[in-house]
Structure formats: structure tokens, C-alpha cells
Write a protein that binds this ligand. Structure first.
Ligand code: FES
Length: 115
């Protein structure tokens, strides 16, 4: 049986996120890039799988994809899969509660410490 816990973190009013369209935040040790697309909002780890650097913070968005400025690897913002290059980016679940954008982060506490 799998035991997975998630933490729901309120980020900002949804209208502010839609207005600025792109914001990078830090939660604990994580850097998270939030992008307001035409029809949805996505949250992702901006680490490019090529050199494992957070270069996607400066990535170029085109519709449903983001391209790393370093060497052009491109990733789907829907699935996280590479469209050019290889690997995938990590996407986080987002939800809206009481007008606030929230991100659902997995609890990455080692299993042996969860009990
Ligand atoms: S570091 Fe992102 S494509 Fe090379």
C-alpha cells in the first residue's frame, strides 16, 4: 500500500497570477515557476533536465511548451515530457481555493520518518 501525503500551499490571489502571467517563488528548498497560460495555470520545477540548472525560469513559452534558453530543449507544459531533447520536467498540481492559487507539494520526507 502506497502512503503519499501532500501539502497544499497558498501562493497568491488568482487574479494577481493571471495579471503577471509568470512568477518564480521559493518554498523551502524548492524553486517553483508558475505560468499563467491561456486556459490554465501550471507550476513546475524550473530545473532543466539537460544540465540540471534552473534555467527554465528564463525559458520562452509558446502555447503549451517552454524552451530552455541554454540549448533549446523544449518541454510540454501539459505532460512535462521533452518535445525536443530528452527527459521531463516536474509539474506540480495546482488548485484554486477561495480565490487563491494553491500548489500541492508532495511530502518528500523519507518514508521511515513519516511515522
Ligand atoms: S541546460 Fe537546458 S537545454 Fe541545456
Amino acid at each position: 500500500m502506497q502512503n503519499s501525503k501532500h501539502n497544499v500551499i497558498p501562493i497568491a490571489p488568482i487574479e494577481d497570477v493571471r495579471r503577471v502571467r509568470r512568477m518564480a517563488i521559493t518554498i523551502g528548498e524548492r524553486r517553483i515557476l508558475i505560468l499563467a497560460l491561456e486556459d490554465t495555470i501550471v507550476a513546475l520545477d524550473p530545473t532543466c533536465p539537460h544540465w540540471h540548472v534552473p534555467s527554465l525560469e528564463q525559458g520562452t513559452c509558446q502555447q503549451d511548451s517552454i524552451t530552455c534558453p541554454n540549448h533549446g530543449w523544449t518541454f510540454s507544459l501539459r505532460s512535462g515530457k521533452a518535445l525536443r531533447g530528452s527527459g521531463r520536467i516536474r509539474l506540480y498540481s495546482v488548485l484554486i481555493a477561495d480565490g487563491m492559487l494553491c500548489i500541492e507539494l508532495p511530502d518528500e520526507t523519507p518514508r521511515w520518518m513519516q511515522y
